[in-house]
Write a protein that binds this ligand. Structure first.
Ligand SMILES: Nc1nc2c(ncn2[C@@H]2O[C@H](COP(=O)(O)OP(=O)(O)OP(=O)(O)O)[C@@H](O)[C@H]2O)c(=O)[nH]1
Ligand SMILES: [Mg+2]
Length: 382
């Protein structure tokens, strides 16, 4: 029922010890050799130098760490700890919108433009609804093919896997790897439908919501959430007749926003991504929003919110794993389920007992009364 990834947890002290022993000969082995020598100790030594290599901008090391993140290897966490001090420099742009709206085409064009400005670009294409071999992801790769040979562009696809913390955490980790590697601009593409996508969009400093003509008639049906997260709106496929109608509808809908007096007023732009029309204006508006974030101090607020979210999520996850792991191993979970089924134990007392056993007497009586769960509080923030 509960699936914890079978990660190879490596004690930190051990990693440190190996740190002094390891050298670049180990690091420079190719992937095949690394896999053959995939004993826990072998992987640690290789893993250990990944962060160093990433900080020197080595793409292959970054790709390797991203695979480890995807596979849920806990050694990846050690690398992420080393990289964290070097993050916080990249501009992070989220591109979201319905399937087939032309997001990847837009990302491809934006990337070409950023490259002309000599910016290093990282692209993370996330498809939470697809399995790993999803065609959409392959499509993303193909559409961005022209950047494949460019060392200044790094493309990574993410899908829902058995990750601890889910696709949104893994995406955040991948973004941090790119950031630490010295990537100037990181573009995250998601299909904007569910909570996962909204969580991912909240990682971005600037979120671009992509719509297409025809959605205009249906605009009431567009999830309010999507409108709230947009800093810039794009009506792509503006080569179609009804583009102006959609722009009009979207603008009207944004004006109904109760927060419309906020300092940043999202604009609605038109693009024809497939013909590279409107891309410079879009990039200009993204930069304008970035400048606004810095000018107004909002960027600090974004970082604080993001940091709080990540910290609380991790804390929740680790506490849960810490407590539940024991319960499952010693069979206590089963017993509690039986006691509850027989009405001999209520869930409130069961949880309080378990927590008291693990952490000592609880302060302030029932946790559920005095302290709303962190997740609930976090959810209320927005
Ligand atoms: N007519 C027209 N077609 C476009 C435009 N932009 C993209 N397309 C086409 O629309 C199709 C979908 O484009 P993608 O870039 O893959 O769209 P996407 O939003 O990334 O799709 P998913 O990742 O599957 O959600 C492709 O066939 C593109 O060539 C445009 O401005 N006009
Ligand atoms: Mg796409």
């Amino acid at each position: 029922m509960f699936n914890f990834p079978c990660a190879r947890w490596v004690p930190r002290a051990l990693l440190r010890r190996n740190a002094t022993r390891s050298n670049y000969t180990v690091a420079l082995r190719d992937r095949g050799a690394e896999e053959q020598n995939d004993e826990v100790s072998g992987r640690q030594e290789v893993a250990l130098v990944l962060a160093e290599r990433i900080l020197q901008g080595e793409i292959r090391a970054a790709a390797r760490l991203m695979r480890d993140i995807d596979d849920g290897f806990k050694s990846a966490v050690e690398e992420l700890k080393l990289l964290y001090p070097h993050t916080g420099n990249a501009s992070i742009i989220g591109i979201t919108g319905p399937s087939g709206a032309g997001k990847s085409t837009l990302v491809d064009q934006l990337t070409a433009l950023y490259r002309r400005h000599e910016k290093k670009v990282g692209i993370v294409a996330v498809d939470p609804s697809s399995t790993f071999t999803g065609g959409a992801i392959l499509g993303d790769r193909i559409r961005m093919n022209r950047h494949a040979e460019d060392a200044g562009v790094f493309i990574r696809s993410m899908a829902t896997r058995g990750n601890l913390g889910g696709v949104s955490r893994a995406t955040g980790d991948v973004v941090n790897v790119l950031d630490a590697m010295g990537t100037d601009v990181i573009i995250i593409e998601t299909v904007g439908v569910g909570q996962d996508e909204i969580d991912i969009a909240r990682m971005a400093h600037t979120t671009v919501v992509v719509m297409v003509p025809g959605l205009g008639d249906d605009i009431q049906a567009i999830k309010a959430g999507i409108l709230e997260i947009g800093d810039v709106f794009v009506v792509n496929k503006a080569d179609r007749d009804d583009a102006d109608h959609t722009v009009h509808e979207l603008t009207a809908r944004l004006e109904m926003d109760p927060d419309k007096d906020r300092a940043w007023q999202p604009k609605v732009l038109k693009t024809v991504a497939s013909r590279n029309i409107g891309i410079e204006e879009l990039l200009g508006e993204i930069e304008e929003h970035g400048a606004y974030l810095h000018r107004s101090g909002m960027i600090r607020h974004l970082f604080e919110e993001k940091n709080a979210r990540i910290f609380l999520e991790l804390l929740k996850e680790r506490l849960f794993a810490e407590v539940f792991g024991h319960l499952e191993v010693n069979g206590r979970f089963r017993e509690i389920m039986e006691e509850m089924a027989n009405r001999r134990k209520d869930p409130y007392s069961a949880v309080e007992e378990i927590l008291a056993q693990r952490f000592g007497p609880l302060s302030g009586g029932s946790a559920s009364e005095s302290n709303p769960p962190v997740g609930a509080r976090l959810g209320e923030e927005k």
